[in-house]
Design a binder for this molecule. Structure first.
Ligand code: CDP
Length: 230
């Protein structure tokens, strides 16, 4: 069966990973969470003392880059796809606020991006990948057969993220969450290296007023139409 690559880009917390995960599962593709890789590098920088409060020593991180092994794999123990830093499963830790508050600073660094983009392109070489992020349709997989640009209103995104964090027992306020989203969106959109922007040939999916199930059905139709046409 002919396989394609699917790129999903968009703002923070607009449901990219939910859609990408569900879609990959339904159509038997591999899900690649590119944001998790930047989060893993951020955790490495925090643990190694490269941050003083919220300020990053970029030089130290760039020098240490070759020591960082980031991978995405199925963990038998937790029975879920997880992010690994060297051999440690760091999936839970990278979703917490301290990493969210610092990740966009790490993701602006050219050397970090070059390394992550290389790894992401390797993962998609054999096709059959659903990858979500900020620069997938524009930089990582510009040849992806289907590109989706997701968006939703900031209030809705913040509420969804707050619910997700509350579900994991993390105590954060709505204000903290929305400020973090807006701050990350701003850095992501205005950075020099691979800023977040919609690829010319991407389809826009605003999911402010549709359910997860509805968005999944919509995208499955797009995939089917594409596969039937080739
Ligand atoms: O929290 P959310 O799911 O929105 O973000 P994420 O996908 O986990 O990505 C975390 C951060 O990594 C983003 O805010 C971006 O700064 C950065 N990122 C990036 O620069 N390029 C990507 N392809 C993916 C993420």
């Amino acid at each position: 069966m002919h396989k394609i690559n699917i790129a999903i880009d968009g703002y923070s917390s607009c449901g990219k990973s939910t859609l990408a995960k569900q879609l990959a599962k339904e159509i038997g593709y591999i899900y690649v969470d590119s944001g998790a890789m930047y989060r893993a590098v951020t955790l490495f920088a925090m643990r190694n003392g490269f941050f003083t409060d919220l300020v990053l020593d970029e030089k130290q991180l760039i020098e240490a880059l070759s020591q960082i092994e980031v991978s995405l794999a199925y963990d038998q123990e937790t029975e879920s796809q997880s992010t690994f830093l060297n051999t440690e499963n760091i999936e839970e830790e990278i979703r917490k606020m301290p990493v969210s508050q610092r990740v966009s600073q790490v993701a602006v660094i050219k050397e970090v991006r070059e390394r992550m983009v290389y790894l992401q392109q390797q993962m998609a070489k054999s096709k059959g990948v659903v990858m979500d992020g900020r620069d997938i349709g524009t930089v990582v997989l510009p040849e992806a057969e289907l590109k989706i640009f997701m968006t939703a209103s900031p209030d809705i995104r913040a509420q969804r993220r707050l619910d997700e964090l509350a579900g994991k027992g993390e105590k954060v306020s709505y204000k903290e969450v929305i400020e973090n989203l807006k701050h990350r969106d701003h850095i992501d959109e205005t950075r020099e290296e691979s800023p977040l922007c919609q690829a010319e040939d991407a389809r826009v999916l605003d999911n402010s007023n549709i359910t997860r199930e509805q968005q999944l059905e919509m995208v499955k139709v797009w995939v089917d139409v594409f596969l039937l046409s080739c």
